[in-house]
Design a protein around this ligand. Structure first.
Ligand code: CTP
Length: 441
């Protein structure tokens, strides 16, 4: 395939070098057309060495070849990455003041613009207007991802990783149509962007997945609370895995120590603090969910009395007592309520167990699975620094007696790996159950 890779002048131009390499490795002929500003970031020799072709930026270079028209006419695909706000504006107005914009005007091939700029520039009405006009014209302007930008700022405006741009181009490279809709979102755990694999029908397309993540805080007084050490990473990884599987995801985040994915067309976010807030949030979401992934570390107890004013130390009490009371068991409650009020077809509980000399964590998890009544239970082995806050984890996915037959010869999963790998295994089992359930078990 003949591809024109336009590069406009942003710091993210360096990422286009890797994109170029990926395209070249597949055997495509790629003509790189940097703007003059882009050459300030990555020089001509780099582009020429990797593309194996002459690189020009100006309409007055190699005039005899009429490159400003020929490149566009002959291209099977035109990609601009990064596309700056300035490039979008010039493309929108049909300007042809350099080789790249001339090529865009002459091109009849599918055109994909991958913007990268500061959030303020992306949100500016001028850019919004330019993007809308270009999209109306059939140009594929990819939604930028959110994340850390060049300075200390973060927000939407980041150029997706080269692999993700490449994944987005996949159907076009195979001669098909572009994937509908914005497929990029920032996956902070992976430090990259996810995109469902365009070749496959995503397992959870059209399904609604609710994920709870992080710990809860149970207030003692206006300044103190009881909390736990959950980082929320497993829950975030589950949300990312469900998104990658094509689901509509609602992420209910308790207290987390990790960056949350950016909300987008397929991801909504809600923040809660206490177990009872989480209970309300889950009760509101559960009836319309297909899958509930209950990864939050919910405090089993909360202080029985909340002091409206800060508790003061008093000299006559050495060892004050905090009386605790039970929190609702949200997971068990959701399982019970679904018979009457409806609710997720597949409910997945999580258990962090250490076990001890006498008890195997797997046995504890089996007992918990029975007690909670959910379809799947994910056992996390925890110990000194083993799971909390780490990216590596070890999980077993246990299936309740009622659904074991449905999973058939899919072994109960045992994953030792990253939290994302664990999350993929959980989402895989949950989506298989959902597909086999026909609505209910
Ligand atoms: N959970 C819940 N509501 C609670 C406590 C826990 O929904 N009040 C959920 C968690 O989100 C998790 C699962 O139940 O999915 C297991 O939590 P855990 O606290 O380990 O279970 P317990 O039954 O409290 O077990 P233990 O006896 O070990 O405390």
């Amino acid at each position: 395939m003949r591809i024109v890779l336009g590069v406009s002048g942003g710091i993210a131009a360096y990422k286009a070098v890797h994109l170029l390499r990926l395209l070249r490795e597949e055997g495509h002929q790629v003509d790189v057309v940097p703007t003059r500003a882009a050459l300030e970031f990555v020089g001509r020799p780099t582009w020429e060495a990797i593309s194996g072709r002459a690189v020009t930026t100006d309409v007055f270079e190699s005039v005899d070849e009429v490159r400003h028209v020929r490149l566009g006419q002959e291209a099977d695909l035109v990609v601009v990455a990064p596309a700056t706000a300035d490039l979008l504006a010039r493309a929108r107005t049909g300007m042809a003041d350099d080789l790249l914009t001339s090529t865009l005007l002459a091109a009849e091939a599918p055109t994909v613009l991958v913007p990268a700029m500061h959030t303020e520039m992306w949100r500016h009405p001028a850019t919004v207007d330019n993007v809308a006009a270009l999209r109306d014209r059939g140009v594929d302007v990819v939604e930028p991802a959110s994340g850390r930008l060049t300075g200390a700022d973060s927000g939407p405006g980041r150029l997706p990783e080269p692999e993700e741009i490449h994944a987005h181009l996949r159907p076009l490279l195979d001669g098909g149509d572009a994937v509908d809709g914005p497929i990029y979102a920032y996956a902070p755990l992976a430090g990259t962007f996810y995109a469902p694999h365009p070749d496959a029908q995503p397992a959870l397309a059209g399904r609604r997945v609710v994920v709870t993540a992080g710990g809860t805080r149970e207030a003692l007084d206006p300044v103190r609370y009881l909390g736990n050490r959950s980082s929320g990473r497993q829950g975030v990884a589950l949300a990312e895995a469900a998104l990658a599987a094509g689901a509509q995801v609602h992420l209910i985040a308790g207290i987390v120590e990790t960056e949350l994915p950016a909300a987008g067309p397929r991801l909504s976010l809600e923040h809660v603090e206490s177990a009872r807030e989480l209970q309300q949030a889950v009760a509101a979401q559960a009836p319309s969910a297909d899958v509930l992934l209950m990864a939050a570390a919910v405090a089993d107890f909360r202080p029985a009395d909340y002091a409206a004013a800060k508790i003061k130390k008093t000299d006559d009490v050495d060892a004050p007592t905090i009386t605790l009371t039970r929190n609702p068991d949200i997971l068990a409650e959701t399982v019970r309520a679904r018979a009457a009020r409806g609710g997720p077809t597949v409910i997945v509980g999580f258990a962090a167990e250490t076990g001890d000399d006498a008890t195997d964590p797997l046995e504890l998890a089996q007992a918990k699975l029975l007690r909670k009544g959910c379809e799947l239970l994910v056992l996390n082995r925890v110990g000194e620094g083993l799971v909390f806050g780490q990216d590596s984890t070890e999980i077993h996915v246990l299936a309740s007696f009622g659904v074991q037959g449905v999973l058939g010869d899919v072994e109960p999963a045992h994953v030792v790996g990253t939290k994302r790998e664990a999350a993929d295994a959980v989402v895989d089992r949950a989506s298989r159950l959902l597909a086999a359930s026909g609505g209910r078990f």
